[in-house]
Structure formats: C-alpha cells, structure tokens
Write a protein that binds this ligand. Structure first.
Ligand SMILES: *Cc1c(COP(=O)(O)O)cnc(C)c1O
Length: 515
C-alpha cells in the first residue's frame, strides 16, 4: 500500500492511513504522533524527584527491583498527547450524532453538576444505609417517576444497561413460569428486533422463534397467531419498533399473548418516542427495560456507562430482583424483596448511581409536560428529515414515522455506491454516519434518529449534506464515494480488521535532508 507521496505506507494492510500531501504528515491542525510509549526518552520526566530509595514491600516478596517501563515524557508532551487523542474522538458535544436506535441526545450540564455533588459522588455502596439517605431518596424518586411514566406497578433499578435489563426481564418471566410449574421453551422475537433480544432469549435457555414483518414494517399478526401456543414463554417486542414505526396491533398482541399464557416483554429502548404520551402498562406489557442513557439523557456512546431499570406488571413483581428502596419508619432502607422463587440480585450493589442522578435531574428539570414535549419534538424532527429527503432517498415504508426515519438503498441502485460508501462520504461532509444495515428487514438500511435536541438549523445542514450526496450518487460520481472518507484522520478501513487488529502507531514521514 502506498501513501500519497508514493512511499510505502507505514500502516499495515488493515488500514489505509494516508499521511496527506504535507511534509510532516499532519493535516492542517489535525496532528498525528507516535504512541506515548514510542515517545519515551528514558529519564525524561515532568517532575524532578530526589532519587527515591527502594522501599520494602509491605505485602512481602514483591519488592520492585527494576523499572516498570513507564515512558519518560515531559508534562507538556503528556498533556498534548491526550488532548490530541481526545480531539480525534467525535462526540455529541461536537455535532449531530444521528445513529438510529441509539438516541444520542444532548446531555444537559445540569445533570453533571448534580451527579458531581460530593454527597452523591463521594459515597460508597458499602456505607450503612443510615448514612446514604439522600442517595436512597434519589433511587426512590426515580423509581416513582418510572412507575408513573410506564403505568406499571413495580421497578428493579439494578440492571446496568438495556441488554442487562432484557436479561433481568426474561429471567423474571422464567421464574414466574417455573413457579407455576409451567416451564416453556420458546420466545417469539420479530425479525426487525435488536440483536440483544434473540441473544437474551437464547442466554436464558429459550429457543428463538422469529416472527416475520409485514410489508408495512410491523409484526405480521397472522404469523404471530400461528406461532403462539402453550409452549411460548414470552414475546419480545420493541415499540415503536426498530423501523421507527408504532406497532398498531400492540393491544391485540398483548391479549393474544396473555390468552396463550405467555408474558409480554417490551424492549423499551425507543421509549423516548412515546414518553409522556403512552403508558406501556396500559398496552398490556408485563416487563420493559428503560435505557436511562437513551430516553433520559445521561451520557453514553463511548461504551458506557448505561443503566437499564426494568418495570414490571403485577404478575411479575414478586419475582423481580432487588434491592428495592423501602420506607422503614422515618428512614429509607434497602430491601431484597426476595420471594422464595425470585431471581435474586442482578448485580452487586444498588445500580448505576451516577446515571440515576442524571436521569432524575433530566426528569425534574423537564417536568411531566416537558417529557411529553421530548417525545413530540423527537417525532417532529424525525418526520422533518423523512419528508425533506423522500424525493432523493428511498424511505422504506409509507407514511409518517415515529422518532427515527428509515431509508433503504433503492435510491442507490445502479449508482455503484453502497450504503457503506454513502455513510463514509457523510463523514467527509462533517457528520457522523447514521446507523447502517440495521434493521435487517430492510435492504442496505440507513436508520436516522435526530432526537429532539437538534435545532432546525442543524437538521437543515444535515439534510443539505444528504441531499447533496444522494444527488452526486445518482449523477454518476461514484468515484468520490469509493475513496471516502478523504478528510478524516484515517481513510477507509477494513471494518473487521480495524477492530480486530488495530494499527494505532503513527510514524511521521522520514525527513529528506536534500529537500
Ligand atoms: C440500545 C438498544 C438495546 C440495547 O441497549 P444497551 O443499553 O445498549 O444494552 C436494545 N434494543 C434496542 C432497540 C436498542 O436500541
């Protein structure tokens, strides 16, 4: 592989890192540098210490008699290194993050101020409950809000993300079924479901039975009826579903599910589209996780932290995992709430405390009416995108959407441009790509979720970029897509190898003294 100067590139085959047309390899003020360990100059340090005498280890036998190999760097080198690295990360604080299904909304700074209060940030989960009454009050109040918003009578706060909430929900369903001596073997999951749904069902020992989508992108009710029998433990449904559409038959689905003696699990990752408008409990749902880090802000995207409380119907509450906050006289305390058949704890300690505070802050600062407006604005923004692009891109389904707009790759037919190329070109235009190739029910899917926190101006810029790209693709300019991204720190990577065998080291080009 050659870089643009015709020299063999330093990067191995799994990256196509180009150093660009400059002598330094930097791209304007986007600076590249070797790894921090490669910058090591032995003995160099940010602080001058007197020679530190060797000390005896108090653990015995572990005295250090050689260097531990930390690199020698000046303070400014370290500061610059990490600042440069941080600037290579794209973030919601830099611009729009239209990843469908992920709900990448702005995280209000008020959340951080509250979570940073010493009375919250400096406590330890092993402290006696008498010394953490404020933290327990936060958990109690958050639980009350979730019960109010879902119309479901019980909540387990402990699960640490959406997927963990699914596990909590299905384990609870399993416990309820076993308690009535009715172990069943199948779980019904629509084709369009997020991958965590079938994975959860399989992890709980169930056989996954897939329900096809109809040509409106919703669950095929007739197919569901055929599959529903007394061997089905649960159905796992997402509403609005991952095509961004409300499952109109949901009440009938709940009735059919209950008539078959099964439980109705709802993947609540898309709750932001209906919060304050619809109470899932009224639809007949038995268990639903709520991704606090999606619907109620709290930062995510860098792999965490998440928080996935699960709300339960009356039938499941006895089997739900603790701990629960309980009033005991004047004080709050933690109660395991175990029924003999209940599943026990999902995790050590009490849950993602920092996320609880951020989510509750978000709820209290919006109020009930503000949360309803969150849902309305999220749906409005997604429909603005859908209708502004429908003449140049190909919406997968007719009619308005909920909180996210789904397109397929029909508009790219015969252009030589794929969904992947199109998404990479969006990076050059200054936008993080949308979710690609998900949901699987749509060919070459592009799933766009703007969230309610994007302004009209930022939506217009995004729409402008997508219209431009769609028109370039259809006017035969496929070459510029295949090479994209051209302006990013690294160009097109092998998607698989880049994750499995990342090439992180950068070596500046050799300086040619004769130049
Ligand atoms: C995000 C998401 C999940 C998984 O939630 P995590 O918090 O990432 O574990 C499950 N289902 C859907 C539809 C999602 O969007």
């Amino acid at each position: 592989m050659m870089n643009r100067q015709g020299r063999p590139s330093q990067a191995a085959e799994n990256t196509s890192r180009t150093t660009g047309p400059t002598s330094t390899g930097h791209k304007a003020l986007d600076l590249s540098e070797p790894l921090i360990f490669e910058q090591d100059r032995p003995g160099q340090t940010g602080v001058d210490f007197e020679d530190v005498p060797l000390s005896r280890s108090r653990l015995g036998g572990l005295d250090r008699d050689q260097s531990i190999g930390l690199p020698g760097l000046t303070e400014s080198q370290v500061v610059r290194h990490y600042t440069r690295l941080s600037r290579k990360n794209y973030a919601i604080d830099m611009g729009m993050f239209p990843l469908g299904s992920c709900t990448m909304k702005h995280n209000p700074r008020l959340n951080e101020a509250m979570a940073g209060l010493p009375g919250f940030a400096d406590i330890h989960p092993l402290q006696p409950t008498s010394t953490i009454q404020g933290a327990l009050a936060v958990m109690d109040q958050l639980g009350d809000w979730l019960i109010e918003l879902t119309g479901m009578p019980g909540v387990s706060l402990a699960p640490k993300a959406g997927a963990h909430g699914e596990l909590c929900g299905l384990m609870t369903i399993r416990a309820a079924l076993e308690a009535r001596g009715d172990a069943r073997s199948r779980v019904l999951v629509p084709e369009s479901a997020h991958g965590t749904n079938p994975a959860t069902a399989a992890l709980c020992g169930y056989k996954v039975d897939s329900i096809p989508a109809n040509d409106e992108g919703r669950v095929d009710l007739e197919a569901l009826k055929e599959k529903l029998d007394d061997d089905v433990a649960a159905i796992m449904l997402t509403n609005p579903n991952t095509c961004g559409l409300f499952e109109r038959d949901i009440v009938e689905i709940a009735e059919l599910t209950h008539a078959a003696g099964a439980f109705f699990y709802c993947d609540g990752a898309n709750f932001n589209a209906i919060v304050g408008k619809v109470r899932p409990g009224d639809l007949g749902i038995d268990a639903m996780h709520i991704n606090l880090h999606k619907t109620f802000s709290t930062p995510h995207g860098g792999g965490g932290p998440g928080s996935g409380p699960v709300t339960f119907s009356e039938a499941l509450v006895p089997y739900a995992p603790g701990p629960f906050v309980k009033q005991a006289g004047d004080a709050l305390t933690l109660d395991e709430g175990f029924e003999p058949e209940a599943i026990g704890r999902m995790a050590a300690f009490h849950g993602q405390m920092g996320m609880f505070i951020r989510a509750l802050t978000y709820m209290l600062s919006h109020g009930g009416d503000g949360l309803k407006q969150v849902a309305e604005d999220a749906v409005l923004n997604a429909n603005y995108i859908l209708s502004s692009l429908q003449d140049v891109m190909s919406p997968s389904f007719a009619g308005p959407c909920m909180h996210e707009a789904l397109f397929d790759d029909k508009f790219l037919k015969d252009t030589g441009v794929s969904t992947l190329d199109f998404s990479k070109a969006l990076i050059d235009e200054g936008f993080h790509p949308m979710t690609m190739y998900f949901p699987l029910v749509v060919q070459g899917a592009m799933l766009i979720e703007p969230t309610e926190t994007e302004s009209r101006e930022s939506l217009d810029e995004f729409i402008h970029a997508l219209r431009h790209l769609a028109q370039s693709a259809s006017s035969g300019k496929s070459n510029s897509f295949v090479a994209a991204p051209q302006y990013a720190p690294v160009t097109r990577l092998d998607e698989t190898q880049a994750a499995r065998k990342p090439v992180l080291s950068y070596q500046p080009p050799e300086v040619d003294a004769a130049e």
